[in-house]
Design a protein around this ligand. Structure first.
Ligand SMILES: Nc1ncnc2c1ncn2[C@@H]1O[C@H](COP(=O)(O)OP(=O)(O)OP(=O)(O)O)[C@@H](O)[C@H]1O
Ligand SMILES: [Mg+2]
Length: 305
């Protein structure tokens, strides 16, 4: 999996009094198998950025390259090139209209409000829509949909229900299943756990962890630093439309000078661990992910005295 953003800027409603530059020359390179969190204050541009990764938004300036798919704007023309296809290179020269279906399959995006992604009469039809759109016959598409629904924890009793009658959390699961059924190489989730109860949040994160371990990269937008500490390898920090920093959660949460100028608060469990370490307890901060792991680190440090 590879994503490269080069000097990406994005302005909402350009040339109007409401014009707003939501991304400012963002440079970001992500390669390989990743579990990454995009974090930063409200309005910092996270949702705007992730919508560039599957071509839902096209940069006002700069280039977005997702694997061999390249998106950019030249003058007033918006350009899409499949670098693996000679014909698309020609299309680029001729400035033809483009079809982003393959990119959307490669980079599956679950919106911040995924209920807007649901539209069919039944849950199973909704989830089967994607695979069908990519050529699976009805039976195969429903099989793929059923597997994706089971994976997100919606059993067959949900299949024939209207997606609009589900609870908020269930709707979110159905929308996620719709994207998983496309078998994307990278699954991008914009605040997938917002509003879930702690158990629902835990299950959701365990699901992403399984998907990640099965070979799909995960990019998650979140305000929850406990989740960042526990699950992700890399955190990308945004503020006021700029990408400020990419770091491991461990180094980010220790970087007090950097954090004091941001709205990011390290998780309590990490702060406690850091204080204990400063007081001389020999903790391995790498191993502190949550309360149980902190407790076992404290125990270990005590035993080795
Ligand atoms: N459709 C739009 N038209 C005009 N401005 C917009 C639009 N969508 C977002 N913005 C503005 O762009 C900026 C970035 O918004 P964005 O939704 O990317 O932030 P975010 O980091 O995802 O915030 P949150 O954490 O609250 O979801 C904000 O100031 C927002 O008001
Ligand atoms: Mg957002």
């Amino acid at each position: 999996m590879s994503i490269k953003l080069t000097d990406v800027s994005y302005t909402y409603s350009p040339s109007t009094p409401f014009s707003y530059e939501a991304l400012k020359k963002v440079n970001l390179e992500i390669k390989g198998h990743v579990f990454l969190a995009l974090i930063g204050e409200t309005g910092s541009g996270k949702s705007t950025l992730v919508q560039h990764l599957n071509g839902l938004l096209l940069p006002t300036a700069g280039t977005v390259q997702v694997d061999h798919y390249l998106l950019k704007t030249e003058g007033k023309k918006r350009i899409y090139i499949d670098l693996n296809k000679e014909s698309d290179k020609k299309a680029f020269k001729k400035r033809k209209q483009f079809d982003l279906k393959e990119l959307r399959k490669y980079a599956g995006l679950v919106f911040q409000f995924p209920e807007y992604q649901l539209f069919e009469e039944t849950v199973i039809k909704d989830v089967a829509f994607g695979p069908k759109n990519f050529g699976a016959d009805d039976k195969k598409a429903e099989e793929m949909a059923a597997a994706a629904l089971k994976l997100v924890g919606l059993d067959s009793s949900y299949f024939e229900r209207s997606p609009f009658e589900l609870s908020g959390g269930e709707k979110r699961r159905a929308a996620i299943a719709g994207i998983i059924a496309l078998e994307p190489k990278v699954l991008i989730l914009d605040e997938p756990t917002a509003g879930l109860d702690p158990q629902g949040e835990k299950e959701m994160m365990a699901l992403f962890q399984r998907i990640y371990e099965a070979g799909t990269s995960i990019i998650i937008v979140t305000h929850n630093m406990d989740l960042v500490l526990k699950y992700v390898q890399t955190a990308a920090v945004m503020s006021h439309g700029e990408l400020l920093k990419i770091a491991t959660p461990l180094s980010l949460f220790q970087d007090e000078d950097f954090l004091k100028n941001t709205a990011i608060e390290p998780p309590y469990v990490f702060k406690v661990a850091l204080e204990l370490k400063k007081k001389g307890l020999n903790l391995d901060l790498n191993e502190v992910k949550d309360i149980p792991s902190l407790v076992s680190q404290i125990k270990k440090a005590g035993e080795s005295k």
